[in-house]
Design a protein around this ligand. Structure first.
Ligand code: SAH
Length: 217
């Protein structure tokens, strides 16, 4: 069992981080409030790195994966334009931190992770925290057809191409935020599906994500 303490010191560090993110031009209040409510340090499997949890850096979470920069989480969440009645699909559960941020905005959060050890660890931890996301072990390229369509889809690993299945699982009027590119260099894409099913893509800044993997090795 992980230690679940969230004390005044943690909250102080978190407030400072939120102001740091705001000063970088990420000013969506709904996103900042959601991030203020989630104790990011608890999502680090090794509590020895507590101080790092409230710096704007990415960090190793084991199994060769990383928890994204807080400002990247803010950026993606802001672009997503999530509303409280939305059903959202996340690809790449990882530590569950982004999942927890989404849960602050809507109760209907589905998330897929392909790394079994990470999936099991995060599932147990989310239950311990009473965070009721629906977590799935599987291949994010396939999405979750049984639960589609989704109002919003967020991909938190770098995709070499836009997975067709995810486009199909997007509701008309829906939106997907996905970093697209290879070799640790991606361009954030916002893909909107109109009411009549037409797709429109807009590109934003450059980021560096771990890759969205296509096999189970
Ligand atoms: N949202 C996470 C970020 C994790 S990094 C967080 O806040 O911690 C990206 C995650 O995507 C990793 O955990 C990685 O294992 C996972 N991933 C990579 N390829 C995937 C795939 N095809 N399907 C689902 N998850 C995948």
């Amino acid at each position: 069992m992980r230690e679940l303490e969230d004390n005044y010191r943690h909250k102080g560090l978190r407030n400072r981080l939120i102001e740091d993110i705001r000063s970088k031009g990420l000013m969506d209040e709904k996103t900042l409030e959601a991030m203020r409510a989630v104790p990011r340090h608890l999502f680090f499997s090794d509590q020895a790195f507590l101080e790092k949890a409230y710096e704007d850096i990415a960090f190793q979470i084991g199994e060769g994966q990383t928890i994204s920069h807080p400002s990247t989480v803010a950026y993606q969440t802001q672009l997503l334009g999530l509303e409280k009645n939305h059903k959202v699909l996340e690809i790449g559960t990882g530590s569950g931190y982004q999942t927890a941020v989404l849960l602050q905005i809507t109760a209907k959060v589905y998330s897929v992770e392909r790394q079994r050890v990470l999936f099991q660890r995060t599932k147990k931890f989310m239950e311990q925290l009473n965070l009721n996301a629906k977590l799935f072990f599987g291949d994010g390229y396939l999405g979750l057809p049984a639960f589609a369509p989704f109002d919003r889809i967020i991909v938190t690993a770098g995709a070499p191409h836009i997975p067709e299945a995810l486009l199909l699982q997007l509701k008309p009027g829906g939106r997907m935020v996905i970093p697209v590119g290879v070799n640790g260099k991606q361009v954030m894409h916002v893909i909107d599906k109109s009411a009549d099913g037409k797709l429109n893509a807009e590109v934003h800044g450059e980021f560096s994500f771990v890759p969205l993997l296509e096999d189970r090795t």
